[in-house]
Design a protein around this ligand. Structure first.
Ligand SMILES: C[S@@+](CC[C@H](N)C(=O)[O-])C[C@H]1O[C@@H](n2cnc3c(N)ncnc32)[C@H](O)[C@@H]1O
Length: 216
């Protein structure tokens, strides 16, 4: 296994903090009291791609910590709607959001989501999940595609026909096959790199529109 010297690791960490402190989206998030800069990725995607989340909608937010997407989603669905957020990490309470602390990719996580949904169909599934980076590009890529596959499986089971799915992914091994699979369930698919996503980051988002319906 490749070893990174302590001093190189230290340099990398301090470079990350430097970039983070100077990031205009981080500064804006602090100014506007957002829980994280990720908030701007979601609002940009929703607003620029015509995703009208109407009051009363049911939305599931996968990998929701620290909660900036859930805050925005709860605002859009209103008191009649339902937002369910799940994360491995604890999230400070958000009014109007049902929070689950669990691994999405575990029977416990799946059961907790099913219980929170109480049989309601979902209008929109969003996922900002990414695996913990191992430093090995291929391993991280395969883990990312694994999370994408789980997310698609979940969406196929719970989305209402016509619903939408948004998920973070990385370009690389397994991506093309995954996108083809996504195409079987959604009439339209968009690849989106929001302005608030760092240019140096491999992440981008896949948006599936007009879910064709599930096999339930
Ligand atoms: C970029 S953060 C999400 C930021 C969030 N969208 C926001 O606006 O605050 C990605 C999250 O995905 C979570 N995550 C990754 N894998 C997960 C899994 N298998 N189950 C649940 N959460 C997971 C991580 O714990 C992390 O908090």
């Amino acid at each position: 296994m490749a070893k990174i010297s302590k001093s190189r690791a230290k340099r990398k960490t301090s470079a990350w903090f430097q970039r983070h402190a100077n990031d205009p989206h981080v500064k804006r998030a602090q100014r506007e009291g957002k829980r994280s800069r990720a908030a701007f990725k979601l609002t940009e995607i929703l607003d620029e791609h015509g995703l009208n989340i109407s009051p009363g909608s049911v939305v599931v937010d996968l990998g929701c910590a620290p909660g900036s997407w859930s805050v925005e989603l709860a605002r859009r669905v209103g008191p009649e709607g339902l937002v369910i957020g799940i994360d491995l990490l604890e999230v400070q309470p958000i009014p109007g959001v049902t929070l689950i602390r669990a691994d999405f990719d575990s029977p416990e996580g799946q059961q907790a989501l099913a219980t929170a949904l109480q049989g309601r169909d979902v209008d929109f599934v969003v996922s900002d999940m990414a695996p913990e980076m191992s430093g090995n590009k291929l391993v991280d890529q395969m883990r990312m595609i694994g999370l994408n596959e789980m997310t698609l499986h979940f969406a196929r089971h719970y989305l209402r026909p016509g619903g939408a799915l948004l998920m973070k992914t990385f370009m690389g091994e397994g991506y093309d096959a995954f996108r083809r699979e996504l195409g079987k369930s959604f009439s339209r698919i968009k690849n989106i790199k929001p302005a608030a996503s760092r240019k140096t980051s491999a992440e981008f988002f896949l948006l599936g529109l007009e879910f064709r319906g599930n096999a339930r």
